[in-house]
Design a protein around this ligand. Structure first.
Ligand SMILES: [Ca+2]
Ligand SMILES: [Ca+2]
Ligand SMILES: [Ca+2]
Length: 212
């Protein structure tokens, strides 16, 4: 199937599943136990014939968890993988403990679909853990069952040079960075982008050596 046609079909199926059909996606016991594995993985819905339809397989979804974001509210983001032939989907929720709910918007191919109620039915905190989110709108349901691919960690960047220290940041940290590459977080002239001053007893560019 050509990519554009495939994308169109998936978007229509998703919108139909989430927004219009009065079907459900009860593909596991409800409420779901916090099992280690989802029965069905990826973005799925149950059609009117009670068959689980996979809109996007898990392997084409990328899932990040933010356990220590600057705003102090952990969140999960799910998107289509880079290079995926599926439509661009961006999903972010702060409902990431079992039973938590949130009403969110979901972005599909640059269009916002609003007022989708997300319920977290399986939760994790580390890479490899699985999340299961129920998406409900107008009585229709779809589900994300996904494994965490990346744990995004924010580090303290107390000298504001864009490079974090090894210290994991908190919402009260003065400044934060997505990397931990600073070898001296008290001096903004010392970081991986600095020019090394040879043999001054300071490793200015954080490569481990004073003279390179
Ligand atoms: Ca720094
Ligand atoms: Ca150096
Ligand atoms: Ca030096």
């Amino acid at each position: 199937m050509k990519t554009i046609l495939k994308n169109t079909v998936i978007v229509i199926l998703f919108i139909t599943a989430v927004l219009f059909i009065g079907t459900s996606c009860d593909n596991e016991a409800d409420p779901s136990p916090n099992d280690n594995q989802c029965n069905y993985e990826g973005l799925t819905f149950l059609d009117t014939g009670d068959n689980t339809q996979t809109l996007i397989p898990e392997s084409d979804l990328s899932t990040n968890i933010f356990n220590n974001p600057p705003n102090g509210i952990p969140a999960v983001e799910i998107s289509t993988s880079t290079g995926s032939s599926y439509p661009l989907i961006e999903f972010r929720t702060e409902a990431i403990t079992v039973g938590a709910t949130e009403v969110i918007n979901v972005l599909i191919n640059a269009t916002q679909y609003i007022n989708i109620t997300v319920t977290c039915q399986r939760a994790g905190t580390a890479a490899g853990d699985e999340f299961r989110f129920d998406l409900v709108s107008n009585g229709a349901e779809a589900e994300f069952c996904v494994g965490i691919d990346n744990v995004v960690i924010y580090y303290e960047d107390l000298d504001y040079d864009g490079f974090g220290s090894q210290t994991v940041g908190t919402p009260s940290s003065a400044n934060i960075s997505l990397n931990s590459d600073d070898c001296d977080d008290t001096d903004n002239s010392i970081n991986p982008n600095a020019i090394e001053i040879l043999n001054d007893n300071i490793d200015s560019n954080c490569d481990g050596y004073d003279n390179t």
